[in-house]
Design a protein around this ligand. Sequence first.
Ligand SMILES: Cc1cc2nc3c(=O)[nH]c(=O)nc-3n(C[C@H](O)[C@H](O)[C@H](O)COP(=O)(O)OP(=O)(O)OC[C@H]3O[C@@H](n4cnc5c(N)ncnc54)[C@H](O)[C@@H]3O)c2cc1C
Length: 362
Amino acid sequence: MILVVGSGIVGSWVAYQISKISKEDVVVCDYAEHRGDGISGRNSGVLHSGIYYPKESEKLKHCLRGYHLTLEFLKENHIPFDLCGKYITVGGNGDLSHKSEKLHLLYEKALQYEINETNLIDHLESIHPFLKGNLALNIQKTGVVAVPEYLKRLWEMCEASGVLFLKGKKCSIENGSIYLTDVQDGSKELAEVSGFVNAAGLYSDEIIRQAGNHQYEIRPNKGEYFRLKKTLPLQKLVYPLPEEHSTALGVHYTFHLNGEAYAGPNSNWSSSKDDYKMETPRDAFYESLCNITNYYKEDDLSEGYVGLRPRLFKNGSAHTDFLIEQHPVDRPWLHLLGIESPGLTSSPSIGEEVAKRIQSFL
Ligand SMILES: Cc1cc2nc3c(=O)[nH]c(=O)nc-3n(C[C@H](O)[C@H](O)[C@H](O)COP(=O)(O)OP(=O)(O)OC[C@H]3O[C@@H](n4cnc5c(N)ncnc54)[C@H](O)[C@@H]3O)c2cc1C
């Protein structure tokens, strides 16, 4: 049996990709009773182009391949998505000449990464008077997907491919053995595995520590969303330039395919891995939104939802890339750490790589 911990988008894609190439039984366990309650159910639902990520990074590699594989899956399975594209604007606040330089650097990256149909737009404000910032990057290769439908279909495809989902089962490792504990009655059983994948999102550091590697820590970083009363009169996502000293992309405008519009997510350290409380006052959030648009009044914002980013630290220092770590080195056990944005976009590609590595162990 191959055991995958976590039925979020990453664990599910891992299980699906393994089931396509392996004859082994594939089992996914999750301690939650409802699948998709973790990070995968609380994000922006955006399919990213890859423009933000450093060359040679795992994020870039998986985002580029994942975008392609995701679109293939969505089309084949008739899941709603919209390749609406996005603007990244210099915005209305701050040092605009520094921001223009940064935007030009992003444009160069788009050319380097062959992210086609990307162009610089001068006079954004005269084309769309409700947006802020004169200079913007227009990226056509970006979309939004209906995440609940996507997850549901992926689970159906997993099951059709023979994957077994165990709900309400918490995985732990004790003295080198893997156990599954029933969260209702506390009964515990030993899991005999020929391959093991830790895709536990925010909790993947705890599992790798139980396996004996104490280098890693995941600190939850809170991203809050405010719901907007109406959509912009423009079917496009609108982002500011990404934050300078973090992997957060900055408070942006996004919409869901059901017609809801949101501003967010911001970025603040969270007190715990289950702290989903909204904390930022509306006026402060409104101020961030005003950097990219003047279309809304403060009253148009109401509390939305919160997502937690699994920020990875290695020996106390930030590790800003995805990490797939084998531990112990003599066992077919892989741990997926720091799968933050663009994890939704990248998940089929991460699944593909993990499946190949697991298959090579068998
Ligand atoms: C605010 C925010 C916005 C984002 N926006 C985007 C975006 O627009 N585009 C994009 O590409 N990416 C985005 N991402 C990133 C993306 O959402 C994540 O990378 C992805 O959802 C991570 O999925 P996962 O399966 O690793 O984690 P999860 O969905 O959290 O799944 C992990 C599962 O493991 C289970 N689990 C944990 N510990 C155990 C245990 N011991 N035993 C059993 N089960 C366990 C949990 O219950 C959970 O269900 C965003 C992330 C955040 C936080």
